[in-house]
Design a protein around this ligand. Structure first.
Ligand SMILES: [Cu+2]
Length: 67
């Protein structure tokens, strides 16, 4: 089990955090997503087959690239 925290400057409201949480939860192996509007940070808990590369790629695809 791995936990990573990313800063995502594009997070601006609760809609953003909901979108990010929903999209990341679709990735097989992602078990927990905690996105915060105030800090613009997303903390993700995951295990195989999910990888940081897969997570970062998806965030880029949905226009919330990691800083
Ligand atoms: Cu928003």
């Amino acid at each position: 089990m791995n936990t990573v925290t990313y800063t995502i400057p594009q997070i601006s409201c609760k809609h953003c955090t909901r979108t990010i949480t929903m999209e990341l939860s679709e990735i097989e192996g992602v078990t927990k997503v905690d996105a915060d509007v105030q800090t613009k940070q997303v903390t993700i808990t995951f295990e195989e087959p999910a990888t940081e590369e897969i997570i970062k790629q998806l965030l880029g695809e949905i226009n919330y690239p990691v800083a």
